[in-house]
Design a protein around this ligand. Sequence first.
Ligand SMILES: *Cc1c(COP(=O)(O)O)cnc(C)c1O
Length: 496
Amino acid sequence: MVEYNDLIFEISRSGRVGYSLPKSDVKSVNLQDKFPKHLIRDEAAELPEVAELDLVRHYTALSNKNHGVDNGFYPLGSCTMKYNPKINEVVARLAGFTSIHPYQPTETVQGALELLYNTQEELAVVTGMDAITLQPAAGAQGEWTGLMMVKAYHEHNGDKRTKVLVPDSAHGTNPASASVAGFSIVTIPSNENGLVDVEELKKHVGNDTAALMLTNPNTLGLFEREIAEIAAVVHEAGGLLYYDGANTNAIMGKTTPGFMGFDIVHLNLHKTFTGPHGGGGPGSGPVGVKEFLLPFLPVPRVEKDGDTFVLNSNYPLSIGRVKAFYGNFGIIVRAYAYIRSMGAVGLREVSEGAVLHANYMRKKLEPYFEAPFSQVCKHEFVLSGSRQKKLGVRTLDMAKRLLDFGYHPPTIYFPLNVEECLMIEPTETESKETMDAFCDVMIQIAKEVEESPEIVLEAPHTTVIGRLDEVQAARQPVLRYKKAETAVQEKETVKA
Ligand SMILES: *Cc1c(COP(=O)(O)O)cnc(C)c1O
């Protein structure tokens, strides 16, 4: 049977076309002579046949079903879904940036190199580091780049160090990157306040410690107050300190990883510095280091020689290239536009706003949910759905219920060290009215859990599709057009 969803989705009608081109005057060729036989189709590809207007409506309708920060609140903790100022887009589209090629001689792209150089300088100030590479394409790749430098540094010193220490609250990319870089991982448990347990740390630090990876404020939104002691413990053992700066939104203009004692930092330009993200588009994960690690940075380095900007690959200890060319240039342009339009004072106000907003929402919601760490937070905070779980409703159900009100849910079940975790990051760009409206809905859902839990358990009610089979969606995604009949036939074969 053809299902309703297949019918409304299927708009193909034989013979319709969505383009108008003049008749081709190119002589058709005999494919048999040009390609190996196994590469030639026996039958024409099954493609949709759709008129231009219907095609426009199809994609416009799909795009309207998408949730983004431009059409609704998106308090996804640890992701910093802040507003992406439109001035960034104007700047990134300037012909001088879009019409150049990375293979052009450097004297013809001095403006682009100047922008890269200036961005490096600005980010060095934000992080308190001495040198920056803009090459890594994402936070995780920044982590890996940093850890490859940790490795190169210890090897250069003839020092065999195999272990990377990672707190249990860390983002999953931390242990993953350390593992890909060839280290073994030691997990450091948090104490009851959600902070690194310094006594536990001391037990695990030793002459095999390559580095400690730390996020501060950590992924619970809490500031590691004992950071000076933590840094001293790791440094005294000969290890390095790696700062996961994916979310720098809480500390800009207040403190820096360099000041806290860190040796290496990565930033996510697509989070803190307003690069659009969430759709799997290009990211940017610059890495900063203290002076003693500069020789290990990826090449080519963007440098200034007198009045000229140059690409310098003359670093024999460098870990090499980590990405083609010089990073995801368009995202770097957007970040630079943001930094220059905010200015130093503006960036400090960003952090003040982010922290104020998170604490405002935390205080409003704490009476209705379990709050495992009810202390002043930084840019985000966690709640636990453990109270609701006792009534048979899980955090996942509440997240699905939020969809009915047009909100993107918070991050759920992360960090791993909080039961039924909900992690909320409002960002500085939201208005009080938006935050109040979201809190009202959260409070309503908490009441529904007590009074009519089935509403929450059966959510979402208003979205185009209900709960997905997430495993099947990940393992057997349908990414290619098929005619409705073919799709239904195949579905039935799978069932049989
Ligand atoms: C997002 C995030 C990362 C990973 O960044 P990607 O760009 O997604 O690779 C790492 N650490 C923290 C704390 C993050 O929030």
